[in-house]
Ligand binder design. Structure first.
Ligand code: ARG
Length: 475
């Protein structure tokens, strides 16, 4: 007589699982975080089974009550997870059978762990997407407010990280906000494809019981049952899609981080990051390091890594379920934790950025940032643009030699380069004049920034307040 084999599937085995193999194949160390959603899925499944007459109402009630008690036990930390029971599904089912006896063993009628896990991940991810969307909305809202406050603040705009033309700080912040708007839309779009019910697909081909998948879908707030059982248990493209969203979001946060790090340096000195988001150096007493943006920039790499893991995990799998899919969880969970942490840090920090307006203004004044405005002025006076470009180039060369910005030159000096220049030129050479002149939708003029902030606020309210199927009401 051999030792006992795994109680759930050991019937056809003649020796117990090797202890190392049991630990190697178990997912309970990481899938235990799905317990709430596993229980929700089971309650819906049992409710549906009773509705179609596969379970009696009494059996359903005992199952639901037992599952409720188990959830409370888990939350009190009373459950000892068992590696021998492999995963969250069998750990919960075994506990249920301990508690309510043979009825516990009926819960798995008409389903498989294959459709069960696919359902759990989708339920879990849907709730997490809602949490991520809320943080994203908080960050966007903070940026819109800050942009409005900084609508008149002038800074240098860059191309190639060289001073290009003056812009308003509010305009720069709204550029960040636009990136995040697209991320937010991508997230909510991904949610639609997450919100589909696999349960009922059973192992791969469906089940012989008279199940009603519309009932289960409705109980769990899913938009509809998945169309094809083979596809429903096997594909993890929805997790890949979420991780792709996360990678693009982190790419954006990393770009913002890079700018914050540069701006907080003594060389730029454009912003002050509040002390609570920085740390010091153990050796250099003068240091105040922008750790939060640096870490967000750094964490981008691990999320890209998870995207590659999931794509690679999926790419060669034949239909339908394969154990490979168990490897979807850790990359997805770490992506979620990372995204939520980064967004929380950013939503707290970004609106608290303090602009050093004088330094920004001085930097914009120093870099000949109104050279294009002078060229445009000459064009308005009838000079061809290419000739105007040449004339201004010579004036800039003179300015570099004399250490004078264009606006600091006298009318006499400027007229050496073109007799089309008159004393109204100084209106376009000031930074205020330069930004105010870019007064069209999408331009940097302060009035445009205020109008854009208002539109952004309305768009955010529409997107964040839109209908969302299947929000977790604690069911
Ligand atoms: N722990 C498994 C996973 O994460 C659950 C499904 C197991 N199914 C099976 N036939 N072994 O994918």
């Amino acid at each position: 007589m051999t030792q006992a084999t795994n109680q759930s599937w050991g019937g056809r085995f003649s020796e117990p699982t090797d202890a190392f193999v049991a630990a190697f194949t178990a997912s309970i160390p990481f899938d235990k975080r799905l317990y709430h959603h596993d229980i929700r899925g089971s309650i819906a499944h049992a409710t549906m089974l009773a509705r179609v007459g596969v379970l009696t109402d009494d059996e359903r009630d005992r199952i639901i009550e037992g599952l409720g008690e188990i959830e409370a036990e888990i939350e009190r930390g009373e459950i000892e997870w068992s590696i021998a029971l492999e995963d969250i599904h069998m750990n919960i089912e075994a506990r249920l059978t301990d508690k309510i006896g043979i009825t516990g063993k009926k819960l798995h009628t008409g389903r498989s762990r294959n459709d069960q896990i696919a359902t759990d991940i989708r339920l879990y991810l849907r709730d997490e997407i809602d949490a991520v969307a809320a943080e994203l909305a908080r960050l966007r809202s903070g940026l819109i407010e800050l942009a409005e406050r900084e609508a008149d603040t002038i800074m240098p705009g860059f191309t190639h990280l060289q001073t290009a033309q003056p812009v308003t700080f509010g305009h720069h912040l709204l550029a960040w906000q636009e990136m995040l708007t697209r991320d937010h839309e991508r997230l909510l779009d991904c949610r639609k494809r997450v919100n589909v019910l696999p349960l009922g697909a059973a192992a791969l081909a469906g089940t012989t019981y008279p199940i009603d998948r519309h009932v289960t879908a409705e109980l769990l707030g899913f938009e509809r049952p998945a169309e094809n059982s083979l596809d429903a248990v096997s594909d993890r493209d929805f997790a890949i899609e979420f991780t792709a969203f996360a990678s693009i979001l982190l790419m954006h946060l990393s770009r913002m981080s890079e700018e914050m790090v540069l701006w907080a340096s003594a060389q730029f000195d454009f912003v002050d990051l509040p002390d609570r988001f920085c740390t010091g150096s153990s050796i250099m007493p003068q240091k105040k390091n922008p750790d939060v943006p640096e870490l967000v920039r750094g964490k981008t790499g691990r999320v890209y890594g998870h995207l590659m893991s999931l794509l690679t995990l999926m790419k060669s799998q034949p239909l339908a379920y394969n154990k490979d899919n168990q490897e979807d969880k850790e990359p997805l969970f770490d992506t979620l934790d990372t995204v939520k942490g980064c967004l929380r840090a950013f939503a707290d920090m970004a609106p608290a950025l303090e602009a050093k307006a004088e330094n920004m203004f001085e930097a914009a004044r120093k870099g000949f940032s109104t050279a294009t405005d002078l060229a445009d002025y000459l064009v308005r006076a009838g000079v061809a643009f290419r000739d105007a470009h040449e004339i201004v180039g010579k004036a800039v060369a003179y300015g570099i030699e004399q250490k004078k910005d264009l606006s600091e030159m006298s009318l006499d000096e400027l007229q050496r380069f073109s007799d089309a220049i008159h004393d109204d030129v100084f209106e376009v050479l000031t930074l205020e004049g330069s930004v105010a002149a870019r007064n069209h939708i999408g331009g940097t003029a302060p009035d445009q920034v205020r109008a854009a902030a208002q539109r952004a606020r309305e768009a955010l309210a529409t997107l964040a307040g839109g209908p969302q199927e299947g929000t977790d009401h604690g069911a």
